[in-house]
Design a protein around this ligand. Structure first.
Ligand code: AMP
Length: 118
């Protein structure tokens, strides 16, 4: 179980912190990354902070993971030509800084062959 301190993404979902929200369902929220690493860079997260990373989410609530990916696909349909990268950083050494599971939707002109650092 994650810490009871609300994460930054939980606070965005509660409208306690402003963000440029691009899509929302009852359980998932998508918003522009504050520090974009690509022409299109959107964060898609469950509103709950119960799951710290995608492995925990897949084990704990696979339907919510499917819903998250469906929201990501919708964002990509709107913001990209249908070609995009979906990144789940998992663990601090992999670059994860917010321990509330989230996907990065990256699109636009991405560097060829790069694994990306978002
Ligand atoms: P990660 O490094 O995978 O944990 O990704 C965290 C991402 O959240 C980074 O790309 C940050 O730029 C982004 N981020 C942090 N704070 C905010 C915020 N208040 N609004 C939007 N994006 C944020």
């Amino acid at each position: 179980m994650a810490s009871t301190e609300p994460t930054i993404f939980a606070r965005i979902a509660l409208r306690e912190i402003p963000a440029s929200i691009v899509a929302e369902t009852d359980r998932v929220i998508a918003f522009d990354d504050i520090s974009p690493q690509a022409p299109v860079h959107v964060i898609v997260a469950p509103k709950t902070q119960e799951y710290r990373n995608v492995v925990e989410l897949a084990a704990g609530d696979p339907e919510l993971l499917v819903e998250l990916i469906d929201v990501a696909r919708g964002v990509a349909d709107e913001r990209t030509d249908g070609q995009f990268r979906l990144v789940f950083n998992t663990g601090a050494e992999a670059g994860q800084t917010v321990f509330h599971v989230h996907a990065h939707v990256l699109g636009g002109h991405l560097e060829e062959g790069s694994l990306g650092s978002a």
